[in-house]
Design a protein around this ligand. Structure first.
Ligand code: PMP
Length: 358
């Protein structure tokens, strides 16, 4: 046996995993590892796991959303062979849809706010997708990226009926249903049902509602929690029924000013608003101490996992989501000048790594 083969074998065996072969891009989405987060676990006396969604082929949890929406549209006939996918996105859902579009013979048109990271915009452009950057405005404004996408699809369908499909990730509950059918059951199976709590942020709400419903269906005692970034109105909504937001966050793809159809049915027990001063240092700690390079939403999720562990007490098992990789936000999350400009702490090692930016 070669050394490489022995190492791969040992790694698979030590994680209880198995090596497999998948037929195409769609089949390579999902069945991601759970990684025990050592520092958060030691800190709280709980077992805290991150579901490594950055390991999906498009680099984020939104590959699942894209696949769930697409399979539903293919089944219903809303998306026809050779048709055009149209979607408004903070970026990750667009990347998933565009890659699936390339793999399955669809054209893809994406609208997104111009404030999103350059890395995500570039990742979209290399898929061949047509990218429309629009100003970042409130949902009530007709210029919002989701309304822009809907209008683009309507105009195409007016010219050529049935030519375009608006994926509508926020209010199309095929999003939540796919998480309920895949992400949630995977977590349950990976832990042999030994899970006490699940926590994550909400963008569309698909992950939180889908995983929450899947876990509660298997054990109603599982606690489901929302970790909401500053500037989002959802934590206040869960606590008081009133949509109220304070502050802002550098995280992308999470938080909301409204209750989407996907969020509406999330079985939430607890909710916290998480400031960047709490979440961004956790992103830095994950790479520095555990070698996990994750994006800003994963920092909000981990902050939520620590709070949930503290609420439940020692000895519990808690799962959260590592939604995408920090490489997607290099120029923000790991840029000393950007962080200082936002009043956020900069670890010494980051200053040393980028002395020209300090
Ligand atoms: N994290 C990242 C990085 C995302 O892009 C998104 C979705 N835009 C989320 C978390 C939130 O997931 P969901 O839409 O399922 O609520």
């Amino acid at each position: 046996m070669t050394l490489a083969r022995r190492v791969i074998g040992a790694t698979a065996a030590s994680t209880g995993g198995s090596l497999d072969t998948r037929e195409d891009l769609a089949a390579a989405i999902g069945r991601t590892p759970l990684i025990r987060l050592r520092h958060a676990s030691d800190l709280t006396g709980c077992r805290i796991y991150g579901k490594a969604e950055f390991a999906n082929p498009g680099g984020s949890i939104k590959d699942r959303t894209a696949l769930g929406l697409l399979l539903d549209a293919e089944r219903s006939g809303a998306l026809r062979p050779g048709g055009t996918i149209v979607e408004g996105t903070a970026g990750n859902t667009g990347i998933g849809l565009a890659l699936l579009g390339a793999s399955r013979g669809y054209r893809t048109i994406i609208t997104m706010p111009a404030t999103q990271s350059r890395e995500k915009i570039d990742a979209l452009r290399v898929t061949g997708a047509e990218v429309h950057l629009v100003p970042a405005v409130a949902y009530a404004d007709p210029g919002h990226y989701a309304h822009t996408a809907r209008r683009l699809a309507e105009a195409m369908n007016a010219r050529e009926p049935g030519s375009a499909w608006f994926a509508n990730q926020f209010d199309n509950t095929a999003n939540r249903d796919f998480h309920e059918a895949t992400t949630g059951p995977e977590i349950w199976e990976q832990l042999g049902g030994e899970v006490d709590g699940f926590v994550c942020a909400s963008g569309t709400g698909g992950t939180l509602a889908g995983v929450g419903r899947a876990l509660k269906a298997r054990n109603p005692k599982v606690r489901i929690a929302l970790a909401d970034p500053a500037g989002s109105a959802l934590a206040a909504y869960v606590a008081t029924g009133e949509l109220k937001a304070e502050g802002s966050s550098i995280s992308e793809g999470i938080g909301s000013s409204r209750v989407t159809a996907n969020f509406a049915d999330a079985p939430i027990d607890l909710a916290w608003s998480i400031p960047d001063t709490e979440s961004v240092p956790l992103v830095h700690a994950l790479i520095a101490a555990e070698g996990l390079n994750v994006g800003g939403s994963s920092g909000v999720n981990l902050a939520g996992a620590i709070r949930l562990a503290q609420a439940l007490g020692r000895g519990h098992t808690i799962v959260t989501v590592l939604a995408d990789a920090g490489t997607r936000y290099q120029a923000k999350l790991f840029n000393p000048a950007f962080l200082r400009g936002k009043g956020l702490p900069v670890p010494d090692w980051l200053d040393r790594a980028f002395p020209q930016d300090a």
